[in-house]
Write a new protein. Structure first.
Length: 196
């Protein structure tokens, strides 16, 4: 069993570090304080959209969610390589975070990089990044995605783009969008989000 804090514990630590109450966060998100509590206790998993809404509301990057709250900032693995500014993270060092609907995210950047989120997502067949029937969503930043395996559909306000392995897309996150896997096998993609 992993000794790393759970997703809920990390979200709670981020909220508390910013001095935001559970009720305050709930009001910002338009959900109940009970729902915030359930997410922080890992009783309920947030969707991709809810997770992005939480990070936006707290003014943190998605990468912050993957970092245990008590880890000191600084390059990982630098002592191992003895080069200033070099950071290495082994694949087994970063556990994926599985969200509602089975979509999982794994941080790819070796250490937190201000203004950037670089991660991998795995969408099982039929999975969608949305809040129930909420439709398209938007968040902060500029997004660049590349499908590694499988197929993903990116729905935009006036268009729909089907991406196969090797295809890329970029768009301002302020453009309403939704990502889904309409295929019959899991889809893996890498994403870079640049924050303002």
């Amino acid at each position: 069993m992993s000794s790393e804090p759970s997703l809920g514990a990390r979200l709670r630590a981020l909220r508390e570090a910013r001095g935001v109450s559970a009720r305050g966060l709930a009001a910002t998100l338009g959900i109940s304080a009970s729902a915030v509590s359930q997410i922080e206790r890992d009783v309920m998993r947030p969707s991709v959209v809810r997770l992005l809404a939480i990070t936006d509301a707290l003014g943190v990057s998605l990468a912050d969610v993957f970092e245990p709250p008590d880890v000191a900032a600084g390059p990982r693995g630098a002592a191992e390589l003895e080069h200033a500014g070099v950071a290495v993270t082994r694949a087994w060092e970063v556990s994926p975070v599985t969200l509602d609907g089975g979509v999982s995210f794994r941080r790819l950047s070796p250490n937190p990089t201000p203004g950037l989120d670089f991660f991998e997502s795995v969408y099982p067949p039929g999975a969608t990044a949305t809040l129930g029937d909420a439709g398209l969503f938007k968040h902060e930043g500029y997004e660049i995605g590349n499908v590694v395996t499988g197929e993903l559909t990116v729905e935009l306000a006036d268009d729909e783009v089907v991406l196969a392995a090797g295809d890329s897309i970029s768009y301002p996150c302020s453009v309403p969008h939704r990502v889904r896997n309409a295929g019959v096998r899991p889809a893996v993609a890498t994403w870079l989000i640049v924050h303002p």
